[in-house]
Design a protein around this ligand. Structure first.
Ligand SMILES: [Zn+2]
Length: 249
């Protein structure tokens, strides 16, 4: 166990203790609600379901609940991103037709720590991506590669098209048609190296372990994640998709 993960484990245990106290307080009734709602509540925000999501706060069992609230609320989504230092310049919704368009649209160019080439996408996709970058990609880069990720390389988010399958084009519309997904092809590291799924996925070194870790970890923040193990269409990218039924390959 590394020192970092030992510390994380300790923080997790300490925080879960506080959380249990909060749950007991809730079960006790109105007093518990008052405890959580009080402006000077001793319950930390990331353990408090009444508080808004903070992207950079440690992940707790309350985080998913806070995230879902932020995904459903334009103001919360945009402010969670700006509080985290992300750059997601607001744009008017893109209205094309019933199948294509972007609601709560913006131009994304910076996540929490890493940059990304400017891409038009939705606030939901951006918020999920920011959670992934901060809680999965950067820790994995430190653990496996001893450095940070400076840039995520993408291959687009919005694309008004139908789904592509290994058997050809499907009649169903792609989640890209509503910018509910983004394709990530690799990363640039702070030490100057560039990794891509195409050339590093099957390598023997820690680079492949890093890529597998961030692919797996993406399933914590996106409901559908497809990568090189899924089919040849995904040999060179992770397809990260917000809505769906929980499919992680
Ligand atoms: Zn895709």
């Amino acid at each position: 166990m590394t020192q970092n993960s030992g510390r994380r484990r300790y923080l997790y245990l300490a925080a879960s203790f506080v959380f249990r106290i909060a749950v007991v307080a809730i079960l006790l009734g109105g007093g518990g609600w008052a405890l959580l709602a009080h402006p000077k509540t001793p319950v930390p925000s990331h353990w408090n379901p009444l508080r808004d999501l903070s992207v950079k706060a440690p992940v707790t069992p309350v985080t998913k609940y806070q995230l879902n609230r932020a995904l459903a609320d334009e103001m919360q989504c945009r402010s969670a991103l700006s509080d985290a230092g992300a750059r997601f310049e607001a744009m008017d919704d893109l209205v094309v037709d019933q199948n294509c368009g972007i609601t709560v649209r913006g131009l994304l160019s910076q996540l929490v720590t890493s940059r990304i080439d400017a891409v038009e996408t939705s606030c939901k996709t951006t918020l999920r991506l920011a959670m992934w970058e901060h809680h999965v990609v950067q820790p994995a880069a430190r653990d496996f590669l001893g450095t940070g990720v400076e840039k995520l390389r993408h291959a687009g988010s919005y694309n008004c098209r139908r789904m592509r399958t290994a058997q050809g084009q499907s009649s169903r519309w792609s989640s890209h048609a509503t910018a509910d997904s983004i394709d990530i092809v690799g990363v640039e590291l702070a030490d100057g190296r560039a990794l891509s799924l195409l050339s590093d996925w099957s390598s023997a070194g820690p680079e492949a372990a890093f890529l597998r870790q961030i692919g797996q970890g993406a399933c914590d923040w996106f409901r559908v994640v497809l990568g090189p193990e899924y089919n040849r269409l995904h040999a060179d990218h992770f397809h990260l998709q917000g809505p769906g039924w929980g499919f992680c390959r």
